[in-house]
Design a protein around this ligand. Structure first.
Ligand code: E4P
Length: 218
């Protein structure tokens, strides 16, 4: 399973990259705004900065909601760096845009997926990735993890190549459950990724080992 970081924070991206486990980055307009990145030119520069730090695919989201706008924006984003993946919302014109980019060999990530039918449509249109949002489904009392398992199952039925990129991952348990369900990729904030490292018995065990070593060598 690939690990993407879900942030526009360059320090967090650097930290995950330095850990040596990072396979890519996802962003969205809210994450860009959270970092205070506004204005067309600044946003493009920020994507370039992200691509210079991280290895692997970097999802950059279009703002347009009409086909022509998405194509115009997506082509400009894709021209920024070879690792850019054009992130397209799951709407009718988005399906047309996915088809357009897939026929041109430009990678895409279809975002805001909340049911299996949407995931099937995005795959039919040739999306490289689909992003089902786990946490936001959990927030409204639907089990987001069930959706991941359902999409993985459907894609396996037909040998569909579109990768299931589990998004809106909020904690380390989500990541483990995604691995159980067979997600191809998870995208998560740094805290959820580093949360995987933690266990109290590891801390207690290490403290004991170091204390015993110190006793024997004093
Ligand atoms: C997906 O690519 C989105 O950027 C993201 O995972 C949304 O997460 P949130 O629901 O925590 O905002």
């Amino acid at each position: 399973m690939k690990f993407f970081i879900d942030t526009a924070n360059l320090q967090h991206i650097r930290e995950a990259q330095d850990l040596g486990i990072l396979d890519g980055v996802t962003t969205n307009p809210s994450l860009m705004a959270k970092e205070g990145i506004t204005g067309h030119d600044n946003i493009l520069k920020h994507y370039q900065a992200i691509c210079e730090i991280a290895d692997g695919d970097v999802s950059a989201e279009v703002i347009s909601t009409d086909f022509e706008g998405m194509v115009r924006e997506g082509e400009a984003l894709a021209a920024l760096h070879e690792n850019i993946v054009v992130k397209i919302p799951m709407i009718k014109d988005g399906i047309k845009a996915l088809k357009h980019f897939s026929s041109k060999g430009i990678k895409t990530n279809c975002t805001l997926i909340f049911n299996a039918g949407q995931a099937l449509m995005a795959a039919k249109a040739g999306a490289t990735y689909v992003s089902p949002f786990i946490g936001r489904l959990d927030d409204i009392s639907f089990d987001g993890m069930d959706l991941i398992a359902q999409i993985v199952h459907i894609y396996q039925n037909y040998g569909i190549k579109t990768q299931v990129l589990a998004a809106s991952v909020r904690n380390n348990l989500h990541i483990v459950k995604c691995a159980e369900a067979g997600a191809d990729v998870i995208t998560a904030p740094l805290s959820a990724i580093t949360g995987l490292l933690k266990h109290p018995l590891t801390d207690i065990g290490l403290a004991q080992f170091l204390a015993d070593h110190a006793k024997g060598n004093s």
